[in-house]
Design a protein around this ligand. Structure first.
Ligand code: NAD
Length: 413
């Protein structure tokens, strides 16, 4: 069996179980687990103060049996090859579970984007593309935003790549709208989290309106999930960012929070709200606890403090395997990342299609298609979970692994 001592061993465990239950050989398991290609580059930049800084950039291309490699680009000081590799393999399963014609990849640079000026970030991004351009492209590997990256960074990638190969908006998704970005892409992952929660609630027969949600992380995914859940009648009672958490038992004033964060850069001291610790936030009683920050947030150490009925993985791999075991024993339902946060890659797929066809879809079409795909995937996962008596994660992995294996079979390896 392939052995990896990765931080996201949830993937390794779940894939092993899926391959075993599906009766796949060790070789197929190995093919599904290992990356096709791993690229590492050094990126030197001259900082605004004249000093030289050197960063490491990574791109791991996991699988392209079902279509070009596809996955985000993360800017975070802790990015390393191991983390990028794990996230790339999750992407392969996510695109397969959504049944969209793309493979899986991930990239990152080990920088703290908040400590770089806009000029430094632009230079870093352009240099990364200069070193990576032979390995990416609209039909080869398409990048997208992730933690620490945004639409402007995607715009610089598009611009640098296009300077070499000619106008190529489809090399990257999550771009600004005026550079070929798609309507609805920015909110897509958070909106998708809300759509999946709605689908689960409908199947379980519980009303979503009046349910309570607690969200760890108030960045792109967490913030949009909060607004979309509020629109579905859910009371969002707490959110957090890296510095603090905010609680309001009757539901938060989300517009007020966003305004405060934009003006002051923090969620501290928001009028009419109470700040609590990160630990207190995780321990709040709620229907849906939604980790939407970084991986490995729920561990053996803090899992016993949780008081939620469902845990929805908006972040990638937020629950460690031992924490997952503890939650399952307490009948907490875990909605896995490859289902819960797939909204982003679905709308990225729509953006790619629009770019290749030189067309722009209206928002209603993006939202309608996103709902169709996510409701279908959620239904497939819940049905398999029910029929086979397995967890939602196990069901999602089996469906995804079967699709990748079928594609490999069809290509004849
Ligand atoms: P982001 O950088 O926009 O936001 C991350 C948020 O988490 C920030 O508010 C940050 O302050 C907060 N945070 C960091 N550490 C924290 C901590 N210890 N406690 C509480 N909050 C903390 O990133 P994002 O794009 O929202 O991504 C969040 C997660 O969702 C990541 O795991 C990412 O891989 C995953 N994801 C993102 C997308 C996407 O389209 N952006 C798609 C799929 C999955």
């Amino acid at each position: 069996m392939p052995s990896k001592t990765n931080t996201l061993s949830t993937f390794t465990n779940a894939l092993s179980t899926a391959c075993e239950r599906l009766g796949y050989s060790d070789s197929i398991h190995k093919l599904l687990a290992l990356s096709a290609r791993e690229i590492k580059v050094e990126i030197p930049i001259v900082r605004d103060n004249g000093e030289l800084a050197v960063f490491s950039g990574y791109r791991v291309q996991h699988h392209n049996a079902r279509g070009p490699y596809k996955g985000g680009l993360r800017y975070h000081p802790k990015v390393d090859l191991e983390e990028v590799r794990d996230l790339a393999s999750l992407m392969t399963l996510k695109t397969a579970l959504m049944d969209i014609p793309l493979g899986g990849a991930k990239g990152g640079i080990d920088c703290d984007p908040h400590s770089l000026t806009s000029r430094e970030l632009e230079m870093l991004t352009r240099k990364f593309v200069k070193r990576m351009h032979r390995h990416i492209g609209p039909e080869m590997d398409i990048m997208a935003p992730d933690v620490g990256t945004d639409a402007s960074i995607m715009g610089w990638i598009h611009s640098e790549y296009s300077a070499i190969y000619g106008h190529s908006p489809a090399v990257v998704t999550g771009k600004p709208i005026n550079l070929g970005g798609s309507q609805g892409r920015e909110k897509a992952t958070g909106y998708g989290v809300a759509i999946v929660i709605d689908a689960v609630a409908r199947t379980r027969g519980g009303p979503l309106s009046g349910a309570t949600a607690v969200i760890q992380g108030f960045g792109n995914v967490g913030m949009h999930a909060a607004f979309c859940l509020r629109d579905l009648g859910v009371k969002v009672i707490a959110v957090s960012d890296s510095r603090t958490a905010v609680y309001g038992k009757d539901g938060l004033d989300l517009d007020g929070l966003v305004k405060h964060k934009q003006e002051r850069g923090t969620l501290e001291d928001v009028d009419g709200h109470r700040n609590i610790s990160h630990e207190e936030l995780l321990a709040l009683e709620c229907d849906y606890l939604i980790p939407a920050a970084l991986g490995g947030a729920i561990t053996r150490k803090n899992v016993d403090t949780l008081n939620c009925r469902h845990l929805v993985e908006a972040a990638n791999a937020p629950v460690t395997p031992d924490a997952e075991d503890a939650l399952l024993k307490r009948n907490v339902e875990i909605v896995p990342d490859i289902l819960a946060n797939a909204g982003g890659v679905i709308v990225s797929y729509f953006e790619w299609v629009q770019n290749l066809q030189r067309r722009a879809w209206p928002l209603f079409k993006v939202d309608r298609e996103l709902n169709r795909i996510l409701h279908g995937a959620a239904h497939d996962v819940m049905s398999r979970s029910h029929d086979e008596g397995i967890t939602l994660r196990a069901a999602a992995y089996e469906i995804a692994a079967m699709r990748v294996k079928d594609a490999l079979d069809a290509t004849g390896f």
